[in-house]
Design a protein around this ligand. Structure first.
Ligand SMILES: [Zn+2]
Length: 135
């Protein structure tokens, strides 16, 4: 148990695939792991998924035909941004709910990890945006 706590305090983690030591925000969530993070970094997980997809496609295991055109990125981003806002507003309403006080222990157990993860990723994405655009 003590070890789990210490792992959560570490700001970096080594990827099991590429071996690079990266910020915790570079790893997706996995609630089954002691440190609540995937063992592979996001980039490696995406690469593994891509390889699996290409292999399956090469074996003919996927429906043929032209793939669906992708939505323009600005449009996709705008919708995803609104969904993110709506979701965090739903979570905010939980705190204002009249049943909150009686359920706060369970609410905290369900929510703390997700909030911490989301806050880390949001902060990381914001810094990257600021560095790229100077805004
Ligand atoms: Zn990696």
């Amino acid at each position: 148990m003590k070890e789990n706590v210490n792992m959560n305090l570490l700001q970096t983690k080594q990827c099991a695939r590429c071996g690079e030591t990266k910020a915790r925000s570079e790893f997706g969530p996995n609630m089954r792991h002691a440190d609540r993070l995937e063992s592979k970094c996001k980039r490696c997980n995406a690469a593994v998924a891509r390889e699996r997809y290409m292999k399956k496609r090469a074996e003919g295991g996927l429906p043929q035909g032209p793939s669906r055109p992708r939505r323009p990125l600005p449009e996709f981003t705008r919708d995803a941004g609104w969904r993110l806002r709506k979701d965090i507003e739903r979570i905010e309403r939980v705190f204002a709910d009249d049943r909150f006080a009686a359920n706060k222990q369970q609410v905290a157990a369900h929510l703390s990890g997700h909030l911490r993860y989301t806050a880390e990723v949001c902060q990381d994405l914001l810094s990257r945006l600021q560095r790229m655009t100077g805004e």
